[in-house]
Design a protein around this ligand. Structure first.
Ligand SMILES: [Zn+2]
Length: 234
């Protein structure tokens, strides 16, 4: 009955990975090709890049947090399921190679939570430690790529670091380091807009002023007053 409280039961020890193991077995037996490819890729990447240290995967092909998101990792969801990875149907539609790359990205988030115990919340997960893992794996994937000068090889730079010096952003790794034509369907890593400071915004308005005629200028002035009034009120 909704709302009725059940008597607390004696809680036997639970194996938090049991749903993962069961799901994996179902996928292997009766899953569609795209799902089997992902589970096989997880096993391969876990052995190859993470010394097999990641726990059994729970990979779901379902819409991630937002429509723009290609995949996500949740350390523990509302159901209590741990280390759950969602790969969006959009990513799957871009082909097996692409979906496997989204998975590899999420596996670094799993590594952060399960092994490193630091999800770098200050960088929304994509901090220096995440970037270091990307670089470590990139070096394995493309050993012939010459490392830039300097002992600490940073091929991919963390999000939020002010001077990225033209390096690809680790929030879009490994897509950002794949050669052109790697995916059957073209994919462009989205470029982040540079941060807009109030000074930038003001300069943009000032640059527009000479191009405005009197009615347009009047409209702009009215819009600014309305905005100002709304902000003062809010
Ligand atoms: Zn990420």
């Amino acid at each position: 009955m909704p709302g009725a409280r059940r008597k607390p039961r004696p809680s036997p020890a639970i194996d938090a990975r049991a749903p993962h193991v069961a799901t994996e077995a179902v996928v292997e037996r009766q899953g569609e090709e795209s799902a089997r490819v992902l589970y096989a890729a997880f096993a391969e990447y876990n052995a190859r890049f993470f010394e097999g240290k990641l726990g059994s995967p729970l990979i779901l092909i379902t819409q991630a947090q937002s429509l723009r998101t290609l995949g996500d990792y949740v350390a523990r969801d509302v159901l209590g399921l741990e280390s759950r990875i969602r790969i969006s149907p959009k990513a799957v539609n871009l082909g097996d190679r692409f979906a496997a790359d989204v998975l590899l990205h999420e596996m670094i988030h799993a590594w952060q939570h399960e092994i490193d115990h630091d999800s770098e919340p200050g960088y929304r997960g994509h901090g220096p430690k995440f970037a270091r893992e990307c670089n470590r794996i990139t070096a394995t994937l493309y050993p012939s790529v010459p490392a830039p000068a300097g002992a600490e090889v940073i091929l991919v730079s963390p999000v939020g670091v002010k001077r990225r010096e033209g390096l690809p952003d680790c929030a879009h790794w490994p897509m950002s380091v794949r050669p052109p034509g790697y995916y059957p369907k073209p994919f462009k890593t989205p470029r982040r807009k540079p941060e807009q400071t109030p000074v930038d915004a003001l300069q943009r308005v000032l640059s527009l002023l000479p191009r405005l005629d009197a009615p347009a200028l009047e409209k702009l002035t009215a819009a600014v007053s309305r905005e100002r009034a709304a902000r003062v009120a809010g």
